[in-house]
Ligand binder design. Structure first.
Ligand code: 13P
Ligand code: SF4
Length: 305
């Protein structure tokens, strides 16, 4: 079976079986081509609730499928590869947050959506990289705790100096691969190119950027910019998606190492096996956890607009 034949069969079967395929932008292009929706974490959360289909296949990592189940309990939600987790989502546990809350009662806990459903149950509001600044600025609190990504938290802190923001030690191992030496090398090789980076990257990398924002933000900037060359400082799938979409522009990886191992676990064959044979892990969540984890997500959707 060729890739094209497999894709055609997936498209036929997903319609026949009422399956919505949601795909994060870090997933490979052959899967993007069979998606009902492609986007960043914020877009995927909104789409999860809005999709009319009874079944959802989330091609991404576990916290994304959990978010989908939290928002749409009546749907059957499947994760594209059962080992696809996000290491950052598991870096902080519930007990640490409970201890912080005891020490600083009344200080809201803002959780990056890259957290487990269990951790969300003790948090007050979720954010994604696309909505973080707007939400933190809109919050009626002088002091907050932001978890788990120290780089994203530091970036929010810098852009929102009116708030006191506590941070914990967490971060994305994929974005941490990019260093200031990569920036120097890439800028020397492509002197006219704009540098676009994700705020999960190290501060010294973000400081050199022409634009910092979510995956969707980076793609929008590149699409709409008059510039012709771009160095992309986020997961390298974005480079190939952009190159396909804008053939008259040139896109370069900031670092060859910026590849999320977890996002790369899902293959087109996994998607095919799910729609053809139902072979994928279904997300099951107890109602108590779901309702408690839903509160900060609802708050995000309400404050994020
Ligand atoms: P966004 O999709 O919110 O840009 O986040 C990037 C990411 O690392 C998702 O895992
Ligand atoms: Fe998690 Fe980083 Fe991979 Fe995103 S890119 S899923 S934050 S490890």
């Amino acid at each position: 079976m060729t890739t094209r034949e497999m894709q055609d069969e997936i498209i036929r079967l997903k319609k026949e079986k009422d399956i919505c395929i949601l795909v994060h932008a870090y997933i490979s292009h052959d899967i993007v081509e069979v998606a009902d929706y492609v986007g960043d974490s914020y877009g995927l959360s909104k789409q999860a609730a809005a999709a009319p289909q009874k079944n959802v296949l989330m091609c991404g990592v576990r916290f994304m499928a959990e978010t989908c189940k939290i928002l749409s309990p009546e749907k059957r939600v499947y994760l594209s590869h059962s080992e696809a987790g996000c290491p950052m989502a598991e870096q902080i546990d519930k007990e640490l947050i409970e201890a912080y809350k005891e020490k600083y009662p009344g200080v809201p806990v803002v959780a990056y959506i890259n957290t487990t459903a269990e951790l969300k149950t003790v948090c007050d509001v979720c954010v994604t990289s696309a909505s973080a600044l707007k939400i933190v600025k809109n919050m009626d609190a002088e002091k907050i705790l932001f978890i788990p990504d120290r780089n994203l938290g530091g970036w929010i802190k810098e852009n929102c100096p009116e708030k006191q923001i506590d941070l914990m030690n967490g971060g994305c191992p994929t974005h941490a691969q990019m260093s200031i030496r990569d920036v120097e090398r890439a800028k020397a090789a492509h002197p006219g190119a704009k540098l676009l980076v994700h705020p999960e990257s190290r501060k010294e990398v973000v400081d050199q950027a022409d634009y910092a924002g979510s995956t969707t933000g980076i793609m929008k900037y590149a699409r709409e910019s008059e510039a012709k060359e771009f160095i992309i400082g986020t997961e390298n799938s974005i480079v190939s998606h952009l190159q396909m979409e804008c053939p008259d522009k040139r896109f370069y990886e900031l670092s060859k190492e910026c590849v999320c191992r977890n996002m790369k676990l899902t293959t087109l064959a996994d998607v095919y096996n799910m729609v053809k044979y139902g072979e994928a892990e279904e997300i099951i969540m107890d109602e108590e956890t779901r309702l408690a984890a839903k509160k900060p997500i609802d708050k995000m959707l309400q404050l994020g607009g």
